[in-house]
Design a protein around this ligand. Structure first.
Ligand code: FAD
Ligand code: FES
Length: 345
């Protein structure tokens, strides 16, 4: 009986994601230059978000969507902080042209870079503009009265490029010793200093006490080093990660396989090269698939894999349950063989 009932028991479907948030129009109220390459701006919009989350925004419909984290805790005027990336389309526009009165298209909130409700000791590692979600998270801890000790390693190339340092200093002062911030500049005269490397992380982490949560945010190469060094020093410690750099489309130099997009009762096959992101290949074939961050961070491009397999990076934002139920993300997903997909509800 038990065997039969388990045989016929229906597998619970993966939890449906909430409906995609509507596109909002946020009017910019203030723009503040933080460093030669970084601005913060406030908007007159509202959003119910958790500290550490981000929005997708675009300055005009002709520009691509990009992800930007809130740099303030919930409950205050909404603020985002953007660093110019060399030759970057959206960050250049925002840091050089944004002005009060401009209206931005915005969707969100997104993201899982959220601290557990309770922890006993946290270690944070930020690189450059990767400080933004930590400001939101740290301000939230301040509101809660600094329940647990936190150490933040804040890497920047130069002192001139340190983002919102005065706010970090004020948080340290308010924390009564609960928050320690170690500033690491590449051009510092003496250690502790950057740039991030295996040795630098090894020395810094050697003096850290065991945390029960580690958060890291910044460019991919720094994150790779930070993760390896953290796990070597604190094996098995839970790590929250937010990569700020776009995952690279490998371009696909090898075999070409066929992926079939099943949508609206139609099946549309398109070629995907080995290593190429499925979303990029679909676009080349003129197919329209939903996408947001295009970095595996928001889940907007989630598809159900009906047959075959899509490989996604370990740190993409799908839960283990969603992966087990055959969901994948096409923005960072690659294929080795033919497969059939349909957009997820
Ligand atoms: C979840 C998430 C949250 C983010 N939050 C913030 C934030 O709060 N503040 C912020 O300034 N940025 C943030 N970013 C990065 C941001 O989304 C954009 O990637 C960045 O502004 C570059 O976009 P762009 O259109 O200017 O550059 P693109 O035109 O997309 O890129 C131009 C070139 O720069 C490279 N590149 C792209 N992004 C980076 C980068 N971050 N560092 C170095 N090289 C890069 C690209 O590979 C490309 O060669 C976040 C990213 C993610 C995924
Ligand atoms: S577009 Fe955001 S996860 Fe794919």
């Amino acid at each position: 009986m038990g065997f039969l009932s388990s045989l016929f028991k229906k597998k619970a479907p993966a939890p449906a994601r909430p409906a995609p948030p509507p596109t909002l129009a946020w009017k910019v109220t203030t723009v503040t230059k933080e460093t030669p390459s970084t601005i913060s701006f406030e908007v007159d919009g509202t959003m119910d978000f958790k500290a550490g989350q981000f929005v997708l925004l675009r300055p005009t419909a002709a520009m691509p969507w990009r992800a930007y984290s809130f740099s303030r805790a919930p409950g205050n005027a909404l603020r985002l902080t953007v660093k110019k990336v060399k030759d970057g389309q959206v960050s250049t526009h925002l840091t050089e042209k944004l002005a009060p009165g401009d209206v931005l298209e915005v969707k969100g909130p997104y993201g899982h870079f959220i601290l557990p409700a309770t922890f006993t000791r946290a270690l944070f590692i930020a690189g450059g503009s990767g400080i933004t979600p930590f400001l939101s998270i740290l301000q939230e801890q301040e509101k809660k009265g600094w329940p647990s000790p936190i150490c933040l390693l804040d890497f920047n190339r130069t002192g001139v490029e340190q983002i919102l340092k005065a706010e970090l200093d004020a948080l340290v002062a308010s924390s009564g010793g609960k928050l320690e911030v170690i500033h690491l500049l590449d051009d510092a005269a003496a250690a502790p200093k950057g740039p991030p490397s295996k040795d630098v992380f090894g020395a810094l982490l050697a003096s850290q006490q065991q945390p029960d949560v580690v958060g890291m945010c910044g460019p991919e190469p720094m994150m790779d080093m930070a993760r390896a060094a953290t796990l070597a020093r604190f094996p098995g410690v839970p790590i929250l990660e937010e990569k700020f750099t776009m995952s690279h489309d490998e371009g696909g130099s090898g075999a070409v396989v066929t992926v079939e997009l099943v949508q609206g009762g139609k099946s549309q096959p398109f070629p995907v090269k080995d290593g190429e992101h499925v979303l990029a290949a679909a676009r080349k074939a003129g197919l329209n698939l939903s996408a947001g961050c295009e970095m595996g961070a928001c889940g907007v491009c989630r598809v159900k894999v009906l047959s075959g397999e899509i490989h996604i990076p370990d740190d993409a934002c799908l839960s283990d349950g969603e992966k087990a139920d055959g969901y994948a993300l096409v923005c960072v997903g690659t294929v080795k063989g033919a497969c059939r997909i349909e957009p997820a509800p």
